[in-house]
Design a protein around this ligand. Structure first.
Ligand code: SF4
Ligand code: SF4
Length: 222
């Protein structure tokens, strides 16, 4: 899922202070699961903005709505009336959702209420960890399903770097060394010989380094 974190209330106030009627628009998918921008968080943010408005005399009128997905036009339509009535939208979707709302309502200021962080998983209660940087050319098959680009601090395709201490990363001692995980996983699944082959440098043109990416499925365009 996409993992995001809430901006602080003072940051939101700074972003919104030129407006009066504000819609806090939540998203019911990834950001709900990572407890950053779903219905519950929208309610908390809206309450905090009302309090900040009273304390600072900002005159905010804050409304709330959460739709199922902000990155999908079918659901964006459900927000049309609420968006129409407000001066500005504070979206608590990921960056894609915020931009989808801004594109759908070109005359309306739309602001991000979250910092979109990464593609990851819930590792344990209250802890989300990054697992993929969407490089566009997945090489997990070579590494036993452990991504060296995302999980090795040096993004080494041929590791380890030699700095690991007690199975932990030299750069991020709070995280396991990705290459320790790769070694163990390849050993466990009987593919340790993969480490005898030097992996060629990766073609990064399919990553963001090649510019904004588009996927076109001709079979779905009819
Ligand atoms: S190799 Fe690329 S696509 Fe695959 S998990 Fe790593 S970053 Fe994601
Ligand atoms: S210690 Fe391991 S995870 Fe950290 S940079 Fe070196 S090889 Fe990568």
């Amino acid at each position: 899922m996409i993992v995001a974190e809430r901006k602080t209330i003072p940051e939101m106030v700074e972003i919104l202070k030129r407006h009066k009627k504000i819609l806090v628009l939540g998203c019911g998918t990834c950001v709900t699961v990572c407890l950053a921008g779903g219905e519950r968080e929208v309610s908390i943010i809206a309450s905090a903005l009302r309090i900040a408005s009273k304390v600072q005399g900002l005159g905010f009128e804050v409304s709330e709505l959460t739709i199922e997905r902000q990155c999908d036009n079918i659901f964006i339509e459900q927000a049309a009336e609420a968006v129409e009535k407000c001066d500005a939208v504070l979206s608590t979707a990921c960056g894609a959702g915020v931009q989808a709302i801004a594109e759908r309502y070109p005359q309306k200021p739309v602001y991000a209420g979250l910092n979109t962080a990464f593609l990851g998983i819930l590792e344990e209660r209250g802890v989300w960890t990054e697992k993929c940087v969407a490089c566009g050319d997945c090489v997990l098959d070579k590494y036993g399903g452990v991504c060296p680009i995302t999980r090795c601090a040096k993004h080494m395709l041929n590791g380890p770097c030699g700095g690991s201490r007690e199975d932990h990363c030299e750069i991020r001692p709070d995280r396991p060394c990705a290459w320790q995980l790769i070694y163990k996983r390849l050993k466990d699944i009987g593919q340790i010989e993969r480490l005898e082959t030097i992996v060629e440098p990766k073609d990064w043109s399919s990553s963001l380094s090649g510019g904004p990416r588009v996927i076109i499925r001709e079979d779905h365009r009819v």
